[in-house]
Design a protein around this ligand. Structure first.
Ligand code: C2E
Ligand code: MG
Ligand code: MG
Ligand code: MG
Length: 280
């Protein structure tokens, strides 16, 4: 809030803003430190076939193991990391950790998805770098999916399509994250090489036997669209058995959510499953 003082002078920052700016600067320095000292690590949330309950893959989610503040979630720092130009370095470090971990025998043979921010994908050499990383880690390209949001597709559609097509040719699929929450039209969907659509949790949350009729219609429409395009669907944020059952009844193939399994520091494997510690 700018305060007008005498003689037309302005003080741009009041106390609140200044405190935030100082906080942001401190966070920026801490982010740089964290990158160098290995404080970022992936957590893995299992993705299930809804009919059989089998784990088919994982989503890798960024966590910051902060020495004083504990485990921080992306919402706490991703925007600032983005603003100060550090998110790409963080993402590449994370992708390296994820591919290396998933290439180990005890991680199973399922797929893993990583989240790519829109600004990040717009680099012409993104695909080359990702394929190099896969080769170094020994993870087969067919086991990696990149998750994009609709924003990533809008910024530079020609470049992004070219990158996605080169990745697909090499075996890496793309999934459209948070589907239904963006501003884009449906018209580009058929022209993009997408392997999966992820239904955002806002639509899943409203799925309930008691819900208003309109809620299920959105999910049903997304499922029909995906079927027409031959794209698989993953529902996000399943928290109740009623939501899972509704999705199953509507023919949704895959899902993730706290009901089925929470994100944790290791990929799920049969031993971890037997312990049952991460069931919601
Ligand atoms: P997203 O990609 O849509 O990830 C799903 C988020 O939903 C995750 O939050 C996950 O922990 C949470 N979630 C999963 N199941 C449930 C559930 O049943 N209920 C509820 N309420 N939430 C559930 P998280 O880990 O805090 O990540 C938030 C967002 O941060 C992600 O949304 C993604 O956009 C971004 N993000 C995460 N990891 C990365 C990364 O490595 N790089 C970048 N650039 N962005 C990331
Ligand atoms: Mg995601
Ligand atoms: Mg999502
Ligand atoms: Mg999200």
């Amino acid at each position: 809030r700018a305060k007008q003082l005498g003689r037309g002078r302005y003080v741009m920052f009041d106390e609140t803003l200044a405190r935030n700016a100082v906080d942001e600067l401190a966070l920026e320095v801490e982010l740089r430190h964290a990158l160098l000292h290995g404080e970022f690590a992936p957590h893995y949330q299992p993705i299930f076939r809804l009919d059989s309950g089998a784990v088919v893959g994982h989503e890798a989610l960024l966590r910051w193991n902060h020495p004083r503040r504990g485990v921080l979630l992306p919402d706490d720092f991703v925007r600032i990391a983005q603003d100060c130009g550090q998110l790409e370095a963080i993402d590449w470090q994370l992708f390296g950790q994820v591919c290396g971990r998933m290439a180990q025998p005890d991680a199973g043979t399922g797929f893993v998805t990583v989240n790519v921010s829109p600004q990040h994908l717009r680099h012409a050499d993104f695909d080359r770098r990702l394929l190099q990383l896969l080769e170094r880690s020994g993870l087969p390209p067919a086991r990696l999916l990149i998750e994009l949001t609709e924003g990533a597709l809008l910024d530079d559609p020609v470049l992004v399509r070219a990158i996605l097509e080169r990745l697909r040719a090499a075996g890496v699929q793309a999934a459209l994250d948070d589907f239904g929450t963006g501003y884009s039209s449906l018209s580009y969907l058929h022209s993009l090489p997408l392997g999966k659509l992820k239904i955002d949790q806002v639509f899943v949350r409203e799925l309930d036997p008691a819900a208003v009729a309109g809620a299920n219609t959105v999910v049903a429409a997304i499922l029909a669209l995906a079927r027409t395009l031959g794209i698989g669907v993953i529902a996000e944020g399943i928290e109740t058995a009623a939501q899972r059952d509704a999705l199953l009844a509507m023919g949704c193939e895959f899902g993730q959510g706290f009901l089925l399994g929470r994100p944790g520091p290791t990929p799920w494997h049969p031993a971890a499953d037997a312990a049952g510690t991460r069931r919601g």
